[in-house]
Design a protein around this ligand. Structure first.
Ligand SMILES: [Zn+2]
Length: 309
């Protein structure tokens, strides 16, 4: 089941084809049902994303999906919740508001060529210029609008990867490589977080925790300072080889309780937006994360900021 959303010259395809097989498999975990699930394109993109983002485990697609759904128990409530979000997205797909929101922070003239894959139980992710949304995400069940805000977030990433390459995580060898990756992902996530912000504020749709932190100045500053403390530490040993324990940085940056690159990336983007033209922020997507950091540092010296706290 594919539906095309064609606002103007944009081509954004919604692919729901992995949803029903996933529900069938949850209801009845047979090899046949698993086979049907993994043959859906939306299951494949989740698998490729997993291979890209994981350093150790290289399961087959069958092992991957089996494990992915191991902890999920089917219930009629779960099925109703998933179906409700799916139907909500289907009704919203021709709405222009989300597209306008995401285009506001991409280079002028950006034209989408993106497929939005809906999955059950993986994650909401970007892979190249395609994205996926996980319909079994509590937040989407509590407030359906969250699925649209996440759509905007992930589309901002798909737009970003038109102009910049995805980092090759498996090829990182030095602390310097890790630092460059952290900077790229901070820029990427910052743009992802700022993109639905205006719409969230207009709608009072602020369920997501990142926005609660961003609205709280003390907590926002605390996270930004923590982020730059880690960044200076990496900077001071950028020529050293990368060790297993250095990967903890990625957990600190993205972890549920810290969310450092989401908060800091958005903070940096907002600062640039506040002090300079929106055009500057949009064009930084083309020039990349090094320029994003340089532009921000010119506006605010984070070291001086740290000393004050
Ligand atoms: Zn993101």
């Amino acid at each position: 089941m594919k539906r095309v959303s064609q606002q103007g010259q944009h081509r954004i395809l919604f692919d729901f084809s992995a949803v029903e097989p996933a529900i069938c498999y949850l209801r009845n975990r047979t090899d046949e049902n698993l086979e049907r699930l993994i043959s859906a394109q939306g299951s494949k993109i989740a698998y490729h994303h997993h291979l890209w983002s994981s350093f150790d485990s290289k399961p087959t697609i069958t092992e991957f999906w089996k494990k992915n759904l191991e902890q999920t128990t089917w219930s009629s409530k779960l099925e109703t919740d998933i179906t409700a979000v799916k139907e909500y997205l289907a009704t919203q797909q021709h709405d222009n508001r989300w597209l306008t929101a995401v285009l506001e922070y991409l280079p002028k003239g950006h034209v989408f060529r993106t497929t939005v894959y809906l999955n059950v139980g993986y994650d909401s992710i970007v892979y190249g210029e395609d994205i996926a949304l996980n319909l079994n995400f509590k937040q989407f069940h509590i407030d359906h609008r969250e699925a649209i805000y996440y759509l905007i977030h992930e589309l901002a990433h798909a737009g970003y990867f038109r102009y910049r390459n995805m980092p090759e995580l498996a090829k990182m060898r030095t602390i310097g490589n890790l630092l460059d990756t952290v900077k790229l992902l901070t820029h990427l996530e910052g743009m992802g977080v700022i993109s639905p912000l205006k719409m969230r504020l207009q709608d009072h749709g602020l369920l997501d925790n990142d926005y609660k932190v961003l609205m709280n100045e003390t907590e926002r500053n605390r996270r930004v300072n923590e982020y730059f403390t880690i960044l200076s530490r990496l900077q001071s040993k950028r020529n050293q080889p990368l060790h297993e324990e250095d990967f903890q940085v990625l957990e600190q940056m993205s972890g549920k309780t810290t969310r450092l690159w989401y908060i800091t990336g958005c903070h940096m983007a907002q600062k640039i937006l506040q002090e300079l033209e929106a055009e500057t922020l949009r064009n930084l997507v083309k020039t990349g994360s090094k320029e994003f950091f340089k532009t921000y540092k010119k506006l605010e010296n984070p070291k001086a900021n740290q000393l004050r706290h």
